[in-house]
Ligand binder design. Sequence first.
Ligand code: ADP
Ligand code: DP6
Ligand code: CO
Length: 323
Amino acid sequence: MTAVTARAHTNIALIKYWGKLDQKLIIPQNSSLSLTLDQFYTDTTVQFSPKLQQDQIQLDEQQLTGPAAERISHFLNLIRQQAHCQQFAYVDSTNHVPTAAGLASSASGFAALAAAASRAAGLRLERPALSRLARRGSGSATRSIYGGFVEWQQGHDDQTSLAIPFSEEVDFDIQMIAIVLNNQQKRVSSRSGMAEVVATSPYYPAWVKAANADLIGMKQAILKKDINLIGQIAESNAMKMHATTLSANPPFTYFEPKSLTAMQVIQNLRQDGYSCYYTMDAGPNIKVICSAKETPAILERLGHFFDQQQLLVAKPGPGVQYL
Ligand code: ADP
Ligand code: DP6
Ligand code: CO
């Protein structure tokens, strides 16, 4: 069987997915909405082979073993079932994004793997089916099948929970600056962080309610191409998500001291009249939502606090593609 290579870009949620209704099928507690980014991506090559006795998985030139390999083999089993394929696979993946640092490597990683492995196994999946498949690897990967603004519609089962493009072509000036404060693996994965929150935070039901309302506002803001409104809603939604970790039992946080510094710099820039807002995922790094035309001034200010190589500018990016 032939080797297939796919590239998928990461996406950053403006309305977060944070909690599952079904852990096995990865059905979320709320719909979410993201922007796919052009600067961060994963390339994954898959080849099934009758010569292998088990899957052989490389990530960034390291052979994976233990739970890290099992998560991927388990995902490949879903594809083997669908394709009636009994062979094991070589997987070779390269992340052009820090792994497990809250910059959405699981989104680009499983979207690229879904695309490459399904085609390598002889399946020809259209994008809705690919989105549903990627969801089984990591929820956020559902959205990385598409470019631009993407909605993951919650649905209620495997068939109905999938992403649809909200606007793949982004014809306004929005972009994101990633402030990479710490590119090391986080201690609490997204998966276990959200499970802890669902199980123990008394604020969790309020999160779901707020996220549903924020999603309606966000769609209107995107249709209006209103960066201030997009930013306000995204920032508020992210902080509500992080309030659920502080209110979990035991409490935890993804904030680091430098995350707070970055937030304050952005707030100060706003007081000076710039349209910039922050969002943050399950990790300490900050993403600034802003316009391309104000980016040079925002970078200049951030440069007083952070090294230039910590500041990465990303524009809206494309959906999954075969190389
Ligand atoms: P992140 O914020 O980077 O998405 P997560 O905790 O959600 O962090 O997920 C990290 C996990 O995603 C990794 O431990 C690994 O299991 C998986 N992952 C990351 N990159 C890849 C990849 N290229 N291919 C397959 N799985 C990946
Ligand atoms: C905070 O998709 O990484 O980034 O489905 O368990 O793999 P699993 O989790 P993951 O969670 C992402 C959480 C988030 C918000 C988001 O991307 O919507
Ligand atoms: Co993730």
